[in-house]
Design a protein around this ligand. Structure first.
Ligand code: MF3
Ligand code: CO
Length: 255
């Protein structure tokens, strides 16, 4: 269901978003060669708990029939696109890692992802991460009253492809609020369906997933983690935003 949030509800979502942003800030500080993705998960879970929130992802029902999601964050390394499950893997110099974090606070979710560099990364990895972030900002330039979802999608796709990268098709952004996934879906590529018109009070998670090489992805054998078919790198950039009667507001940031 697509819901329109009141000012009060959006203020609560801003709090949830701030907690997500704080968790990202913490992980950014501690990401370095040698740390395990499980240690990152623990640090995020602790920070979310200390802020009276709970991790949105833990226990989330699988859409593939696998076990429920077992961790607080997603930590996807190199050719992993999304839903990397934290574990004993140690990060090494030159890796890139996409961290996705969700927090549930007083009835509302915040959801944001970033791709970080471990130590020193290649030029192509840096460009991939930059273009992915830029594509989010190109997309939300179109996230204004009376536009349609497809306007966001098209702007994201154009920026990514102009820079020689590809957009993942199999996973999309989403409405968000008291449920982590609400209508509408927000593809990162142009679709025939134009999607609903945007209006003030809609809250959306816009999240381009961008591959270095081809856009094709598959599920790995844990039935959660999505990986590129050709082994190319992948980056992710996501924020929860609110549509207003002017510019959209990014909720998953520190104010
Ligand atoms: N941010 C992701 C999403 O929008 C994370 C979901 S992980 C899951 O779908 F485990 F909760 F599914
Ligand atoms: Co999301």
């Amino acid at each position: 269901m697509m819901t329109i949030k009141s000012k009060k509800e959006i203020d609560l979502m801003k709090k949830a978003g701030e907690i997500v942003a704080l968790a990202h800030k913490k992980l950014k500080e501690i990401i370095a060669p040698g740390i395990t993705t499980l240690e990152l998960d623990r640090a995020a879970e602790e920070l979310i708990g200390k802020n009276d929130a709970i991790p949105s992802f833990k226990g989330y029902k699988s859409y593939t029939g696998a076990h429920d999601y077992p961790a607080s964050i997603c930590a996807s390394v190199n050719e992993e696109v999304i839903h990397g499950i934290p574990g004993l893997r140690k990060l090494k110099n030159g890796d890139i890692i996409s961290i996705d974090i969700g927090a549930f606070y007083k009835g509302f979710h915040g959801d944001a992802a970033r791709t970080y560099i471990v130590g020193e990364a290649s030029e192509i990895a840096k460009k991939l991460i930059r273009v992915t972030r830029e594509s989010f900002y190109e997309g939300i330039k179109k996230a204004v009253n009376d536009n349609r979802i497809v306007d966001i999608s098209t702007a994201i796709q154009e920026h990514v492809e102009k820079n020689g990268f590809s957009i993942v098709r199999d996973f999309v952004g989403h409405g968000i609020g008291s449920q982590m996934h609400e209508a509408p879906q927000i593809p990162n590529y142009k679709t025939k369906e134009r999607g609903p018109r945007l209006q003030p009070g809609m809250t959306l998670a816009v999240e381009p997933m961008v591959n270095e090489k081809g856009y094709m992805v598959s599920l790995n054998k844990n039935q959660w983690t999505v990986v590129t078919d050709d082994g190319g790198l992948s980056a992710h950039y996501e924020n929860t935003i609110a549509i207003t009667d002017g510019e959209p507001v990014i909720l998953t940031r520190l104010n």
